[in-house]
Design a protein around this ligand. Structure first.
Ligand SMILES: [Zn+2]
Length: 303
């Protein structure tokens, strides 16, 4: 486990905001701590898993993002949910644009993007198993490892995607600078993250799904996000509030589980189409109030 300081301002001054166990793995006895930097307000986990063994402990093969076979109904719902995101990418690129997805998992999103006329795509993925699925199922160019391991030329990429990835990274400042370097001038970085400024944080407290202890190493209040981008040479073009009900679903599951309603909690999952349908109105309301638990940022390289 590694003690860390603030990734944005290097300060070690902090205040405790939340303590918790790994809610998705009852076999893990550790208690983790989330702190907020007193100077810049970035939220971070410390100490955090760092060695390959410690990381394997928090990303078991059963980790939901690596779920190998999404059902047909779930895939249909995902495709509908992805439409606005696909449209934003298509609007900012041309058919020959070079597009990279960091954390491509099993490749479903890149596969969908290719169907919308963007064939010049590739991905990088930390999990070799997930990358293998993407390669064999969709014949995608997915490289195993981390962005910093790859030899990508400066000024060569038109658009970088990171969907629910930034908050899991060990050094988001460094990754954002790498992204800015490989992007072409005026190229785009579009990323999706949990929104710690959301009203769902106040509703659910320590049961808030966006904390995802211990897998979310960082959470970004709005102004820390602006600072992160500015330091890398990017500027925020747009911030979009997600209508997807996943944060509601996950938080209600944690709330139920904490109170011993384990059977009911098992049904409340975003992989359950019924749960998605039941919580869709709350997701839509949060987005309407510009306070949803998940946000998407469209950032552009300055020059
Ligand atoms: Zn700080």
């Amino acid at each position: 486990m590694k003690e860390i300081v603030c990734n944005l301002c290097n300060s070690a001054e902090r205040r405790l905001i939340c303590t918790g166990a790994d809610r998705d793995n009852p076999d893990n006895p550790r208690i983790y701590h989330l702190y907020q930097c007193v100077r810049c307000e970035l939220v971070y986990l410390s100490p955090r898993p760092d060695t390959p063994e410690e990381l394997a402990e928090i990303y078991p093969p059963t980790y939901e993002s690596y779920m190998m076979k999404p059902g047909r109904l779930l895939m249909l719902m995902r495709r509908i949910a992805w439409r606005p995101e696909i449209a934003e990418i298509v609007a900012r690129t041309s058919p020959d644009s070079r597009i990279l997805e960091i954390g491509a998992a099993t490749g479903e999103f890149l596969h969908e993007l290719r169907k919308h006329g963007r064939p010049n795509i590739f991905g990088v993925e930390f999990s070799a198993d997930a990358a293998h699925v993407a390669q064999s199922r969709y014949q995608l160019d997915i490289r195993v490892g981390q962005l910093e391991d790859l030899d990508i030329s400066a000024n060569s990429i038109d658009l970088v995607l990171m969907r629910h990835v930034l908050e899991h990274l060990p050094d988001p400042s460094r990754t954002m600078k790498t992204i800015a370097r490989i992007l072409k001038p005026r190229g785009y970085c579009i990323f999706t993250i949990p929104n710690i400024d959301s009203h769902t944080v106040r509703i659910f407290g320590e049961d808030w799904y966006g904390y995802q202890i211990p897998r979310h190493f960082f959470l970004f209040p709005r102004h820390t996000l602006v600072r992160l981008l500015t330091m890398a040479g990017l500027r925020m073009e747009r911030l979009i509030y997600h209508a997807a009900p996943n944060i509601w679903i996950g938080s209600v599951r944690f709330w139920l589980a904490r109170r011993g309603h384990t059977t009911l909690a098992r049904l409340v999952r975003y992989t359950n189409p019924l749960a998605v349908a039941a919580f869709a109105p709350l997701g839509a309301l949060s987005a309407l109030l510009r306070s949803s638990g998940v946000i998407r940022v469209i950032a552009q390289r300055s020059m």
